[in-house]
Design a protein around this ligand. Structure first.
Ligand code: CAA
Length: 257
């Protein structure tokens, strides 16, 4: 069985982590499959948004503990590097990515959700970084991406206590954008993807890139990146169509160029 299923709902690709018997624990094969899916999605310009979810009662209950138990320190470093590479591939997609967190998002699962542009969650979801209960630390971005998303104080509480939070708390601390009844979650995420697909692909990709690059940069550099990208998108056909459509009081038909 493939560890990740990829299906297309019009312009939205839905990736489903598919090891429900292990609560979608992230083993080497799953991380490599994620890298393969990302390479395919990056090359497919018909894909305008990506939704990532989990089969069964978990989004992902973390990195695979059974696999990690036998790791030497060097193996553990290599495994962390593989996880980082897979999550960087996901984060680097030009198409926006939405995590639809249907259940447990623990350890590497929470870190995977944080590598998506935003997170929608089932009201039943639970988030946490329980690594300190296992004698390890987060290995796929829990000390970096999570900090940037929720701020250092909440990140420290989650990482240093190992205690999980429910969906309502995750919403309040800004880890999650919105919560939904479990049965409405996936459709809501796909609908958000369809909304994105109606916008200019050129503008969406440029805005995503500038936000991402700007986050790691000094404010003056971030402002300069925005100014440069604002000029670049203005050279593209999508801008002419978007502004003509507005002035002619009709919906735009973006060529995506
Ligand atoms: N790795 C491997 N297998 C896992 C797993 C994991 N992270 N999480 C769950 N499973 C497996 C269980 O071993 C169990 O398998 P068997 O049926 O073969 O025994 C199956 O999934 C179902 O799990 P439970 O029986 O434990 O289900 P539960 O409902 O009683 O508990 C849970 C659910 C609270 C999520 C519990 O499974 C749990 O605590 N899982 C581990 C969570 C965790 O510690 N994650 C962090 C991993 S370390 C990490 O992620 C490092 C990093 O940053 C890269």
């Amino acid at each position: 069985m493939e560890p990740i299923r990829c299906e297309h709902r019009g312009p939205v690709a839905v990736l489903t982590l598919n090891r429900p018997e292990a609560l979608n624990a992230l083993n080497r094969a799953t991380l490599e499959a994620l890298r393969g899916c990302c390479a395919q999605l990056a090359a497919d310009h018909s894909v305008r948004a990506v939704v990532l979810t989990g089969e069964g009662r978990a989004f992902a209950a973390g990195a695979d503990i059974a696999e990690m138990r036998g790791h030497s320190p060097a193996d553990a470093t290599a495994f962390s590097r593989l996880g980082h590479a897979a999550l960087a591939d996901l984060e680097g997609l030009a198409a926006p990515t939405i995590a639809a967190v249907n259940g447990y998002a623990l350890g590497g699962g929470c870190e995977l959700a944080c590598a998506c542009d935003w997170i929608y969650a089932s009201q039943r979801a639970r988030f946490g970084q329980p690594e300190v209960k296992l004698g390890v630390i987060p290995g796929f971005g829990g000390t970096s991406r999570l900090v940037r998303r929720v701020g250092v104080a909440w990140a420290k509480e989650l990482v240093l206590s190992g205690e999980p939070v429910d969906a309502e708390t995750a919403l309040r601390i800004g880890l999650v954008n919105r919560t939904f009844p479990p049965e409405a979650l996936l459709d809501a995420a796909v609908k958000a993807g369809e909304t994105i697909a109606a916008r200019s692909a050129v503008a969406v990709a440029a805005a995503k890139r500038v936000i991402q690059e700007g986050q790691g940069a000094d404010l003056h550099v971030a402002h300069a990146l925005e100014q440069e990208a604002f000029g670049l998108v203005s050279a593209r056909e999508d801008r002419a169509e978007g502004m003509d459509a507005f002035l002619e009081k009709r919906d735009p038909k973006f060529p995506g160029r």
